[in-house]
Design a protein around this ligand. Structure first.
Ligand SMILES: Cc1ncc(C[n+]2csc(CCOP(=O)(O)OP(=O)(O)O)c2C)c(N)n1
Length: 728
């Protein structure tokens, strides 16, 4: 189709692209727009249920797709990135299967809205709807790639843990692409990601698709001074480009320069492309409500498709007839894909249960139940002189697992021994290793690549862990205090536990988040005493673990590190160094399966269901009850809160017919509400008394110790609860 004259001009005048590539750019842009138009039509016919278009962004995104390598580089695309995904190798059918919510939808099997791109084959990582979360995950993905490049042996598969199911692929010059609109750059996660990528010189390409609006909010309201490029200009190690994102050649040149900078190992880059939004934000939005006709017309005039069509004609690359032919063949392709999608399989109604957790590695199974082998830790145990604290055993467990599994990396606030390594080398300092010293000595043993401090930014800690775990690493990160978990909530609630389900099993995220939790600190006050485990047990996809003693902590943490699901590992601060629950370290392979409670005290007259720091208090109360009235309480330590051991509860309640649920978190909407409700529902016939609960008052934990005592459940409150249930 192209003339010889045009072909000769191609390499120099067209940014190194051949005329066939230019034609392909036009084809891809047109294909992208036609899929949008088809989806809009199908939405109007109520054959698809949502539509958000990539219209106006095509030139920038086809250019990005051409400059990057599918299945080699990594992609965290935005919902407007239809044209990028087509350029990388997705088909019209792949995209329309998503629109109809088919079981064969390669993006999510009909679980996500359309335009939430995902393809394990192309390294397009499943994306979500909350805007901005993708940035931190992309940074983690880049960091993970760097880790595997520096430690290639870590990529090897190993039997018996999550590694068996993780095919790790990494390249020394790979790029991680991540994008959003200009509005999303207002999210803190964007800035956290820029900070880390800049500081660590990570190979991340930040693509900002600036269409001047975030739904109805214009850029000058969103961004101080109206230009994100101006705001970020001082980040070190970055290469910055700003281009006309409606011009594919200018965009391609900008992206190429950015990619060259990244592939050379010089650091991250940003491309700020000015694009248009010729349709409203989505089909649920009518932009005429906030944009006058004249302004909308200026956008239409910049339309990348009509402009590039004129360009191709002017340059003699295509004539009107050949453009017509090309468009006809694309229209047919879209028609066929739509027909096929509309008759494709829909998901089976019971399929929603699939991929909440790993189907191949079950941490509740007997494979995760092993006996202690004290002899394998004889030397360390002898050195320690017998029983040690929960803090000590968690440290030993981390140390042994890191030795066994080179994919484990530990990071968080203050977890390293000393960020300024030379102080350690010159033996000028002893090292910190966590505010509670749980990670003490690990950096010294395993190096700064594997144990390091992060900026004070919890979303960033969890978001980076997600990006790493998605690629096959095993990040074991620390949130310093449960009270400060909230900045990471978006990542913990909307991302980490959903990666497997929303990608229909194509991706997973088996990271471990260790969190110091709880009160009883005498002075811990509001912001160092919080509980709140039920917020996380209310999140499917997340395993939630809460040990009460050193032996269980070591066994459960090892299960967490070897399994293939995300785990929230709650460590009670008050139990870290308690005399209660000390143990001899059970060796480097000891595991406790999830979902198996322990009968901490046998009894016949009353069942107490509890966990964490109320467990020792319940045991004391049980002793007192027996002394007082001879009644024997059976105390069950749940150990894992999600999943929890219903059988253990049911067995005990069938025996005692009376039950008290005890926890440290506040009473209302607390963890015990679910347990009590289920007992009332399923064991009603067995009960001789109503199910009672003892928990914290529905308020905050105060600083003054007298108030703290009243607010948190004490031994005497538990005892009173037991008396009430027995007496009923
Ligand atoms: C965290 C979050 N807040 C709000 C929304 C609702 N929302 C979806 S898209 C959008 C605007 C995004 O604007 P921009 O980043 O400029 O991208 P554009 O849609 O213009 O391409 C908003 C507010 C969301 N999805 N996520």
């Amino acid at each position: 189709m192209a003339t010889i004259k045009a072909e000769l001009r191609a390499t120099s005048a067209y940014e190194g692209l051949t005329t066939n590539q230019l034609i392909d750019i036009y084809r891809l842009m047109y294909l992208s727009r036609r899929i949008d138009d088809r989806e809009i039509l199908l939405k109007r016919q109520q054959k698809v249920f949502f539509q958000i278009s990539g219209a106006g962004h095509e030139a920038l995104l086809v250019a990005a797709g051409l400059a990057l390598k599918p299945g080699y580089d990594w992609f965290y695309p935005y919902y407007r990135d239809r044209a990028l995904c087509l350029t990388l190798g997705m088909t019209a059918l792949d995209q329309l299967l998503g629109a109809v919510g088919s079981a064969d939808d390669p993006n999510s099997g009909g679980r996500q809205m359309p335009s939430h791109w995902s393809s394990a084959r192309l390294n397009i990582v499943t994306g979500s709807s909350p805007t901005g979360t993708q940035y931190l995950q992309a940074v983690g993905c880049a960091d993970g790639g760097r880790y595997f490049n520096r430690n290639p042996q870590a990529a090897e598969k190993a039997k018996g843990d999550y590694r068996e199911f993780k095919q790790v692929v990494h390249h020394s010059d790979e790029v991680v692409y991540v994008s959003s609109g200009e509005g999303t750059t207002s999210e803190g996660e964007f800035w956290e990601a820029m900070n880390v990528a800049s500081n660590l010189r990570l190979p991340v390409l930040f693509m900002i698709e600036d269409n001047e609006y975030a739904i109805s909010v214009p850029v000058e309201v969103q961004t101080a001074g109206g230009s994100i490029s101006r705001l970020v200009a001082n980040f070190p190690n970055f290469h910055f480009e700003e281009c006309d994102g409606c011009d594919p050649l200018a965009s391609y040149a900008a992206v190429r320069r950015a990619v060259d900078h990244i592939r050379a190992g010089a650091g991250p880059a940003m491309v700020h492309g000015h694009v248009i939004r010729p349709y409203s934000h989505s089909l649920s939005d009518d932009e005429k409500l906030y944009r006058p006709e004249a302004e909308r017309r200026t956008h239409v005039e910049r339309d990348p498709i009509t402009r590039f069509q004129l360009f191709l004609i002017r340059e003699g690359i295509l004539d009107e007839h050949s453009i017509g032919e090309l468009e006809k063949s694309v229209d047919e392709e879209v028609q066929q894909a739509a027909d096929q999608a509309l008759s494709a399989r829909i998901p089976a109604t019971d399929s929603y249960t699939k991929h909440v957790y790993s189907a191949v590695l079950d941490p509740t199974s007997s494979a995760f139940e092993t006996k202690p082998h004290y002899e394998l830790a004889a030397e360390a145990n002898a050195r320690a002189g017998g029983e040690r604290t929960m803090a000590d055993l968690i440290n030993s467990c981390l140390r042994d697992e890191m030795k066994r599994d080179p994919r484990i990396v530990i990071f968080g606030e203050d977890v390293a021994d000393c960020s300024r390594e030379q102080y350690l080398e010159e033996k000028l300092v002893k090292g910190k290793g966590g505010v509670f010293k749980l990670t003490s000595g690990l950096q010294r043993t395993y190096g700064t690549d594997r144990v390091f401090n992060t900026p004070l930014a919890e979303a960033s800690i969890v978001g980076r862990a997600i990006g790493m775990a998605t690629r096959g690493l095993k990040p074991v990160v620390e949130i310093q205090f449960f009270d400060y978990i909230w900045p990471a909530m978006q990542q913990l609630r909307n991302e980490m536990p959903l990666i497997r389900w929303r990608s229909n099993g194509a991706f997973s995220c088996p990271a471990v988040v260790r969190v110091a939790i709880g009160g009883y600190l005498t002075g811990g006050s509001i912001y160092h005493s919080q509980s709140g485990e039920s917020i996380f047990t209310h999140t499917p996809g997340m395993r939630v673990v809460f040990p009460s003693n050193a032996l269980d902590a070591a066994g459960l943490l090892r299960t967490a590190m070897r399994c293939d699901d995300p785990v929230l590992f709650l460590e009670h601060k008050r139990l870290y160094r308690e005399a209660f629950g000390r143990a001899v370290y059970p060796g480097p392979d000891y595991m406790v399966p999830f979902g198996k409670a322990k009968v901490a005290r046998e009894g016949t007259d009353l069942t107490v269901v509890t966990y964490g720091a109320t467990l020792p208090r319940a045991l004391q109360a049980a002793q007192e009850l027996e002394r007082e009235q001879g009644a024997k309480a059976e105390v069950i330590d749940l150990r894992t809160l999600s999943p929890y051991d219903w059988d253990a509860i049911a067995t005990s309640v069938s025996k005692t017919s009376r039950v008290l649920v005890v926890h440290e978190d506040m009473l209302s909407w607390g963890y015990g509400a679910e347990i009590a409700a289920r007992i009332a529902d399923e064991l009603f016939d067995q009960l001789d008394a109503p199910v009672r609960r003892v928990a914290a008052k529905d308020t905050f934990v105060a600083y003054q110790p007298i108030l703290e005592d009243v607010i948190l459940p004490q031994m005497k409150d538990i005892l009173q609860g037991m008396r009430d249930v027995i007496r009923y």
